[in-house]
Design a protein around this ligand. Sequence first.
Ligand code: DOR
Ligand code: ZN
Length: 345
Amino acid sequence: MTDSLTIRRPDDWHVHLRDGAMLEAVVGHTARQFARAIVMPNLSPPVTTVAAAEAYRDRIVAALPGEADFTPLMTCYLTNNTDPEEVRRGFEAGVFTACKLYPAGATTNSDSGVTDIGNIRDVLETMAEIGMVLCVHGEVTHADIDIFDREAVFIERVLAPLLNDLPQLKVVFEHLTSEEGVQFVESAGANVAATITPQHLHINRNAMLVGGMRPHAYCLPVAKREKHRLALRRAATSGSAKFFLGTDSAPHAREAKESACGCAGIFNAPFALESYLAVFEEENAIDAFEGFASEHGPAFYGLPLNEGRVTLERADCDVPEAVEADDTQLVPFHAGETLRWRFVA
Ligand code: DOR
Ligand code: ZN
């Protein structure tokens, strides 16, 4: 039995680092484990221009702890009015790594998102032409669609038609949560991949609802039935280069989660690798962990592999009930649990 695992340093292909005091509180957790991260642009106001992304990148770098070796990869928040030339300019200047599509109203700070994919046809065409990745929050938001069906309906109504129309477009289906999503990504071309979060590998919807309502298990897209979790575990541990690590770590102050209308988001950054590795071990797939965590993402984005290494050892890792952040607390994923692997360095 392996007692220690050393792999190429991983990246997080989907994270929310926030801004201001929250950024200061959380960025060190991500920078400790990951070399790079795709940083989500859903600030208020959202990051929609090259200038805003450069300024945000500078704030992230300024907030890093002194010893950190970490590169934030910036994304452009698409709106109905995004200018394709702004996107091209940002990509060619190396400021934007990807664009993020939030259907309007889908989640935190998505009010400025796209109301109809037809409104950004020109932007998507430009992206397909220059080989820029589109990160999608794959949920429809119509009131007549059950929240547990939002992802499957998004595939049918939005993503499949989009890829028929622009078959070259590089798409990352973010935070995949359903069997339909897994099947879609597996059967699509090599230009379509997906990130998978630790929470969607660990929990199904019972975690939110059985024995009381548990706001810290609530994120979007919501965790679904057990069969979906099992499909995600198979995909993540399969060795397929189409699936890679993206935590969707999304911190919200404890009081904003424990509320009559609690925010969506799970803060998993402090123990992200320990959490993922537990799944790979349970699935007898530790050999597939490095590909998922450190190789498939850079390959898809066309970026170099990291040269550094990280080590995890088999040892108890006690996850605290809360992490202090500015004048509040964040409740981490797995709060109060003991994980079986520990990140060393
Ligand atoms: O649960 C989520 N939280 N899902 C998202 O898509 C956004 C995120 C956030 O920003 O809080
Ligand atoms: Zn997210």
